[in-house]
Write a protein that binds this ligand. Structure first.
Ligand SMILES: NC(=O)c1ccc[n+]([C@@H]2O[C@H](COP(=O)([O-])OP(=O)(O)OC[C@H]3O[C@@H](n4cnc5c(N)ncnc54)[C@H](OP(=O)(O)O)[C@@H]3O)[C@@H](O)[C@H]2O)c1
Length: 349
């Protein structure tokens, strides 16, 4: 672990320098890792582990798109691709990468293969932190570990291929073997993380659920819709409203923030923009803070996860979701976005 100063607060993180891939390979050399689920994270983690020389197999139910994808990616049935229970039986580390609702649903089938000294691995704190809702309670003689990549599965794989990496959090909820810390760090490095920062299962899931409902997705969508509708109500054209709300943000400003921080983005804007934004940012913070407080409280007390599990168990879940996303796609604002993207000089759609 190395100590790094983050804006005045010191944190201990794991980097590839003091925990190189060779060390991860050594730690995992006698383990069989079974990636259960081949959805978004499953393929990325399984392929990165395989390419890094780790002994990995895939467990996936047959008959769906994910099974076909595993075959297309080169996994061979009976050699390194099995049905879920067969893979769990062979594993010393079960990497439980079904959807969160799927983890609840399949738990009884997986649990019986968690014999002494094995490990169960997650990429989200959900199932363990909300065990009263999910029923996911591993036996006391196995390790319970987590690596949460802070990016999508496709990003984890793409950056790995480019020789880069997504940063990940890691946690140990139960160290039954004395090897849990080594196991979790080795997997974190071997799946292709840039660096690993420590967390707990609770903090991982609370920050993740709040972040996606908040700034990353929910708040961003809501605040964009509000500003777009304001412009339209006041007689601005769709293209003007869209450009001032989304296009300039994603094409011009976010890349600047990503490269060199918020003040750098401000530095690159006009003095008129800088003055106004500095004057108004406090008002937006004040207006949204109570909403964030309410959100965090609902995440912590389990209302949000209860909603997710209930919604996912509805047989019409997929159709309802598709319908909601279709409404979004077909709204004037996002239809305008489709047109605007087509007009980009380097158009992509
Ligand atoms: N998506 C991300 O970018 C991301 C990022 C960080 C962490 N995570 C975490 O990583 C874990 C995996 O998430 P994911 O997004 O990769 O999941 P996902 O894409 O939703 O994966 C679905 C997988 O679960 C299987 N599955 C779902 N329900 C099942 C059931 N009842 N029985 C058997 N198999 C079932 C699916 O098989 P079928 O195709 O046969 O249905 C598929 O293989 C989650 O804990 C998630 O929170 C995800």
């Amino acid at each position: 672990m190395v100590k790094i100063n983050f804006g005045g607060v010191e944190e201990e993180i794991v980097t590839r320098e003091e925990f190189p891939l060779s060390k991860a390979q050594e730690v995992l050399k006698n383990e069989t890792l079974a990636v259960i689920g081949y959805g978004a994270q499953g393929p990325a983690q399984a392929l990165n582990l395989k390419d890094n020389g780790i002994n990995v197999i895939v467990g996936q139910r047959k008959g769906g798109k994910s099974w076909d994808k595993a075959i297309d990616d080169g996994w061979v049935e009976g050699k390194n691709l099995f049905e879920i229970e067969a893979a769990c039986e062979k594993a010393t580390i079960i990497m439980y990468l079904l959807s969160d609702a799927g983890q609840k649903n399949q738990w009884e089938n997986v649990k019986k293969y968690l014999t002494a000294n094995k490990a169960i691995y997650f990429s989200h704190g959900f199932s363990i932190a909300y065990k009263e809702q999910t029923g996911v309670v591993p036996p006391t003689d196995v390790d319970i570990i987590l690596v949460g990549p802070k990016g999508t599965g496709s990003k984890l794989r793409d950056l790995f291929i480019e020789g880069k990496g997504v940063n990940s959090s890691y946690a140990v909820a139960q160290d039954a073997t004395g090897k849990a810390q080594h196991r979790v760090k080795a997997i974190g490095i071997a799946i292709g993380s840039g660096f690993l920062f420590p967390t707990t299962f609770e903090n991982e899931v609370w920050s993740d659920l709040t972040g996606e409902r908040g700034v990353l997705m929910g708040a961003m969508t809501g605040i964009m819709e509000a500003q777009y509708e304001l412009f339209r109500k006041n007689g601005h054209s769709p293209s003007e409203a869209f450009n001032e709300t989304v296009e300039e943000l994603t094409q011009s400003l976010i890349p600047l923030i990503a490269d060199r921080g918020m003040d750098w983005m401000y530095t690159n804007c006009s003095t008129t923009a800088q003055r106004g934004a500095l004057d108004w940012k406090g008002k937006f913070k004040e207006a949204t803070m109570p909403v964030f407080e309410e959100l965090y409280e609902r995440v912590k007390n389990g209302i949000e996860t209860k909603n997710v599990l209930e919604a996912n168990s509805n047989p019409n879940y997929r159709e309802k979701l598709d319908e909601e996303l279709k409404q979004m796609r077909e709204s004037e604002m996002w239809q305008t976005g489709t047109q605007v993207r087509k007009l980009r000089p380097n158009k992509q759609d």
